[in-house]
Design a protein around this ligand. Sequence first.
Ligand SMILES: Nc1nonc1C(=O)N[C@@H]1CC[C@H](O)C1
Length: 252
Amino acid sequence: MKPHYHVITLFPEMFTALSGFGVSGRALRNGLCDLKLWDPREFTQDAYRTVDDRPFGGGPGMLMLAEPLDLALTAAKTALRAAGVDQSRMVYLSPQGRRLDHALVLELATEPGLILLAGRYEGIDERVFQRHPLEEVSIGDYVLSGGELPAMVLLDSVIRHLPGALGDADSAKEDSFADGLLDCPHYTRPEDYQGLKVPPVLLSGNHAAIRRWRLKQALGRTWQRRPDLLQDRRLSPEEQDLLDEFRRAQEA
Ligand SMILES: Nc1nonc1C(=O)N[C@@H]1CC[C@H](O)C1
């Protein structure tokens, strides 16, 4: 059953960046998943279609009103139930959330339905969390103007893991983080660019040697740039040997 992705957003037109291009655009076009956007303004009851107001207690900026969000979330839940998805995971994109990482992406990629709430302004009325079991997810420790880009980051990374989304299934496996390591360097034509040559092993046709070279580079890069990833990753004897080789070469 194809997964259904519903997003509550004041700027539905932003999502053409996801639906109109590349892997995610093709996956949606080919029906590997579907995307439905809900604009809270459609759930307002006043003539001005008000979706925000000033915070009680004072302070800068505006907050999103609870009611339009509550009604939009409920409408999305109802639509998902009508499509046969009884339990959808509900996510609010916010800097206060669990950091989005490979493990969470893999979890979300197994969900038959996702409801994402993209905030704007300074955030949303806290009572929305009392009306819906929203999990908070953050794409990083910085403040953005809205939750739409984080929602698209999350959906792009999730869609890549849907069966058939990537032409060659291997490329997702070899993506950084798939095996808990950073990616190795990559090269394509020409073999000599401005005097800069491609590592000969990659031209050798020796696939075993190429695999070892790529693994060594990935291990070395991870050790140099993200040693934290190696903390909780057991290395096979081969991987330990390759990393030792890399480090000796660096220290020589
Ligand atoms: N970092 C992040 N990861 O997910 N979301 C954000 C983020 O900055 N959200 C903004 C905060 C207030 C505004 O409503 C939207």
